[in-house]
Unconditional design. Structure first.
Length: 752
């Protein structure tokens, strides 16, 4: 079987070419995505043509009419990238025999297929489809085998019909595989009768697919079903922006503008969805005071039901926990605790001792502060003291990287929150999970300590609170000045703002941290002051914080390439791949992750063995980042590894994640991206020996104080900023990050 191509094909002709012929053989097929490489024997001339693309429900022996774009591959030559295709069943005895012997029907061997064709001739396929009871006439076919043949036939043709249905409505073929895995044999019926069901079942892309199907079938802009779907989709988009709800007026305006739904229809649809409890509408003006939004709009807040329930669930659970007195018989810090800390070589300041003692008095407590203020030391101290008192302590963090770092600095076992809660995957394609820990099956601990709590979104916090027993303590540790969670909400900040949860602020920078230019500049940025830079010419090897001015955006990639490939490794002895992390505010543009990754891949890894799959190019030795939680592989969003091996024969490659090898199918490569340069958001919860941060005025929409602060506090030993000094001033002076709409602070403050 031919391996997937290993270098990027060049498009030869943008005009669509139409070919007809018999599918000779399939050289590669991925059952999850339905991506295929096949050979077509054309009717005109009998030439063999290579087809590539998403082709579901086809088998050798079938006749196809395909249209696509010619590409020239440097190794495999000309190939047709298929955009559309039609399938015709074989009409000759030879074609039917080849078709049935292709393996499309599991359990139907070549000899049995031969006997069927010998018995029924050119009517064989008609018999299977319309007169399946006659299959019993063939020697070797009993009732069980006949049922197996019919079921396999039906499944095959359902998929093929689905792909044709979607293609006729302009839907990209790659979505067909997802929809089929989602709905199975009922897919066609569901898409015909209730296409907008995709909005809930396939968040993000579902509305666009459903709308293409429905508009092709003649649905009107103001159809009530379409209007209701547009509202759910718009609320999903607000969630992607970090909001747990939208003000009613904002929601209506977005649906009017983006989906052309008239306002009266939207007003009525919101009412209908609210009556059916698919959305929740709260009409309370006070919420605006807590959601950090000053817009002069209708103060009715519209929630998707899961986020509404999550906010209320967090509130109920935390309120219940705080109502139970802490069980500690001796909260005061005494000589036995001092002895414990001495044995663990932990030295606390008077402020830290006071915080430790106060934390012991509360069921739920928050510890927050910037870099160098002793948060990690306090985690170590609390853990040591409570374990010495006979308490069971669990340590966790939102990401795998953050949990590993927590384990390293404390010397204790730590895990991701997802792992602590026993999240299991029920559908690997669509990321549907079951949480194993809850109120009926809580975490078995006296104390749960969660680090990097600023990264926790609303739903994850809800699941965590549900799993914490009322008899336990919950201690959240984080830096509220960092970027908020990627998911909806601003949980840690809202909990502090509510004034319901006891919060302890660490402000003093410890003597050892005072020697760090990184720590001092982080606090300068928090105070709205421009960081102090060291000159390369005047510095020694102990300097930590530099700025290289580069006002020409076109030269930024070259500057970063020189820093990573030559200057930093030679001057500071850091490994260009393992030790240096480039972080940038955006993905697109000359200074975005996409362009910088291509530049750095070519520079830092020019000779690695290459694979080209679905538009992505990976090499052995590449630094890659995992893009979403994969519970089957035990790899999580943000984990960074190195591609160690490519196996073309098995269509697999391997990635080393901190000494653990994880295998990927070639077409699972969409779970990974190059990680020579990552977004600042993706860096949260991690630390790197050296970071390089390009800042340009083109990054203006995202230039904020908390973004710059988050970026530089990821570095342990070295920070180099490069770009336009105006961009740095903009970031430092703009302390107006996009304000998130959330009702959690309001609920906690009012204890609703």
């Amino acid at each position: 079987m031919r391996s997937l191509q290993n270098s990027k094909p060049q498009i030869k002709n943008e005009n669509l070419t139409v070919l007809e012929g018999e599918l000779e053989r399939i050289t590669y097929f991925n059952e999850q995505t339905h991506y295929m490489i096949a050979r077509l024997k054309t009717l005109s001339g009998g030439n063999l043509v290579t087809l590539v693309g998403f082709l579901a429900g086809i088998r050798p022996g079938e006749f196809l009419k395909v249209s696509g774009i010619w590409e020239t591959h440097p190794r495999f030559g000309q190939q047709l990238r298929v955009k559309n295709y039609e399938v015709k069943l074989p009409a000759t005895v030879r074609g039917i025999k080849k078709y049935l012997q292709s393996g499309m029907i599991k359990g139907l061997g070549k000899s049995l297929a031969q006997r069927m064709v010998d018995h029924f001739g050119v009517d064989t396929l008609q018999i299977i489809e319309k007169s399946s009871e006659r299959l019993l006439e063939v020697e070797g076919i009993g009732e069980a085998k006949a049922l197996l043949i019919v079921n396999a036939w039906n499944e095959h043709h359902v998929l093929r019909s689905l792909m044709q249905f979607l293609q006729d409505r302009g839907v990209k073929p790659e979505y067909g595989a997802k929809i089929y895995h989602l709905y199975g044999a009922d897919a066609m019926e569901i898409l015909r009768q209730t296409p907008y069901r995709l909005v809930k079942d396939l968040p993000g892309t579902g509305f666009g697919i459903a709308d293409m199907i429905s508009r092709k079938d003649g649905i009107a802009d103001d159809d009530p079903v379409r209007a209701r779907a547009s509202i759910i989709h718009a609320l999903d988009l607000f969630g992607n922006d970090g909001h747990t709800f939208a003000f009613k007026e904002q929601l209506i305006s977005r649906c009017e503008l983006s989906f052309k739904v008239p306002r009266p229809v939207l007003e009525k649809s919101i009412g209908n969805l609210s009556e059916n409890e698919e959305i929740i509408v709260e009409t309370m003006s006070e919420i605006a005071e807590f959601c950090e939004n000053d817009a002069d709009v209708d103060k009715s807040a519209v929630f998707l039901k899961p986020l509404f329930e999550a906010e209320n669930g967090i509130t109920r659970r935390l309120t219940a926990m705080l109502s139970v007195p802490a069980p500690e018989a001796k909260p005061d810090f005494d000589y036995r605790d001092e002895r414990t800390l001495e044995q663990m070589l932990i030295e606390l300041s008077p402020v830290q001792k006071s915080v430790l003692e106060d934390v012991m008095k509360h069921r739920v407590a928050i510890i927050t502060g910037g870099p160098g203020t002793g948060k990690t030391t306090l985690i170590k101290a609390i853990t040591a003291v409570l374990k010495a008192r006979g308490k069971t302590v669990i340590l966790g963090a939102p990401t795998g990287r953050a949990s590993r770092r927590l384990s390293e600095v404390t010397g204790e076992k730590a895990a991701t929150i997802h792992r602590l809660l026993g999240f299991t995957c029920t559908d690997g394609v669509f990321d549907k999970f079951v949480c194993g820990r809850n109120r009926d099956n809580p975490l078995l601990a006296d104390v749960i300590i969660i680090d990097e709590a600023s990264m926790i979104d609303t739903r994850l916090m809800y699941f965590l609170c549900e799993a914490v027993p009322l008899s336990a303590r919950l201690v959240l540790v984080g830096d509220i000045f960092q970027l908020p969670s990627v998911g909806p909400g601003n949980v840690l900040r809202d909990m502090i703002r509510s004034e319901l949860i006891p919060a302890f602020f660490l402000e003093k920078i410890f003597r050892q941290a005072q020697k760090s230019e990184i720590v001092l500049n982080a606090h300068r940025i928090l105070n709205g002051e421009t960081p102090v830079f060291t000159s390369f010419e005047d510095s020694d090897d102990t300097a930590e914080f530099f700025f290289i001015e580069q006002n020409d955006p076109e030269k930024i990639p070259r500057t970063i390439e020189n820093l990573c490939n030559k200057i930093i490794p030679e001057r500071f002895s850091f490994h260009p791949v393992y030790d240096i992390q480039v972080m940038t505010p955006m993905h697109k543009g000359i200074g975005g992750t996409i362009n910088l990754n291509q530049t750095l891949q070519n520079s830092l890894n020019p000779t690695g063995e290459k694979i080209e799959v679905l538009g992505n190019t990976f090499k052995t030795g590449d630094k890659v980042i995992h893009l979403k939680n994969n519970y089957n592989k035990e790899v999580f969003n943000g984990d960074i590894g190195i591609i160690s091996d490519i196996n073309r024969g098995e269509k697999k490659f391997s990635v080393e994640f901190e000494g653990r090898r994880v295998d990927y199918e070639f077409l699972e490569a969409d779970e990974l991206a190059l990680a020579y340069a990552i977004s600042v958001h993706k860096s949260q919860g991690s630390e790197y020996p050296a970071v390089v941060i390009p800042l340009m005025t083109q990054h203006y929409p995202l230039l904020q104080r908390n973004l710059l602060y988050t970026a530089i506090t990821r570095a342990k030993k070295l920070v180099i900023l490069t770009g336009d000094p105006r961009a740095i001033r903009i970031a430092v002076n703009r302390d107006e990050p996009w304000k998130r709409l959330s009702g959690l602070a309001f609920r906690l403050g009012g204890q609703l």
